[in-house]
Design a protein around this ligand. Structure first.
Ligand SMILES: [Zn+2]
Length: 252
């Protein structure tokens, strides 16, 4: 049994203070319809929460676009181009890092947007998610020129705009123990991390206008991760939050 009390206790303080938390969900690395994607879609549907699906353009299939077209709760966004590492050996992985010529990065970002617009049409929202959440900051102005208007990486954003007209909307919580057994991080650790993120916002140490992002990777979830994802989203939706949806809401 997971003890959610630290989180629900923090929610109470938010309620007492009359503040709400913008909250969003991003899931990475989609290329095709899979049973794992069906699990993701069923959670989004059961809880009626939008999920922003970061799609790898180079490998994205028409079948994925056809599946996504049937639900307005899944919002396709751009996840790099090929999810290919261009960082020199020994450096942290990046497809759009500072060591790669910026013209090459821009060329990839152009074909990413064109390719996904062809596949997903109006459903695609122009948010760019660099693989491994790393990007050369100088690429921001190029992304705007190409047609993106938001950038998403990991960790509390430092500024609301990473370049003029490029909103930075990051993710902040990742339930996967990437450096451990690749199963679920200890739930008490995840809950403590969430409480800390909320406290920082409530006390004015972090920007509460940035939607708090929950980051998942549906293709690698085991049963423990899926169970946590569903429970965590359920608890969050019972709290003082406003689910954030990037782009136009087709129901409004
Ligand atoms: Zn990825």
């Amino acid at each position: 049994m997971i003890n959610w009390q630290p989180l629900t206790g923090e929610f109470q303080l938010w309620q007492d203070a009359g503040i709400t938390l913008p909250f969003w969900w991003r899931d990475d690395d989609a290329i095709a319809p899979t049973t794992q994607l069906e699990t993701l879609i069923s959670i989004a549907t059961d809880l009626n929460i939008p999920c922003h699906l970061a799609v790898i353009p180079k490998f994205a299939t028409k079948a994925l676009a056809e599946r996504i077209a049937t639900t307005y709760l899944i919002i396709p966004i751009t996840h790099g181009w090929a999810h290919e590492n261009h960082a020199p050996e020994g450096q942290k992985k990046a497809e759009f890092g500072a060591t790669r010529p910026i013209e090459d990065c821009a060329t990839d970002a152009i074909q990413s947007l064109q390719h996904l617009q062809d596949l997903f049409g109006d459903q695609l929202q122009p948010m760019f998610v660099p693989p491994w959440n790393r990007i050369n900051p100088d690429l921001g102005q190029h992304l705007v020129a190409i047609g993106y208007d938001a950038l998403s990486t990991y960790g509390p954003h430092k500024t609301r705009f990473s370049a003029p007209n490029l909103t930075q909307i990051n993710t902040h919580l990742d339930p996967i123990a990437w450096r451990g057994n690749r199963s679920l991080v200890a739930p008490e650790t995840l809950i403590a991390q969430t409480v800390k993120l909320l406290q920082d916002r409530r006390l004015g140490h972090a920007d509460n206008t940035e939607p708090l992002g929950f980051l998942t990777h549906h293709l690698v979830h085991d049963a423990a991760i899926w169970a946590f994802v569903k429970q965590f989203l359920t608890i969050m939706l019972e709290g003082p939050i406003k689910p954030f949806r990037y782009g136009r809401d087709p129901l409004e």
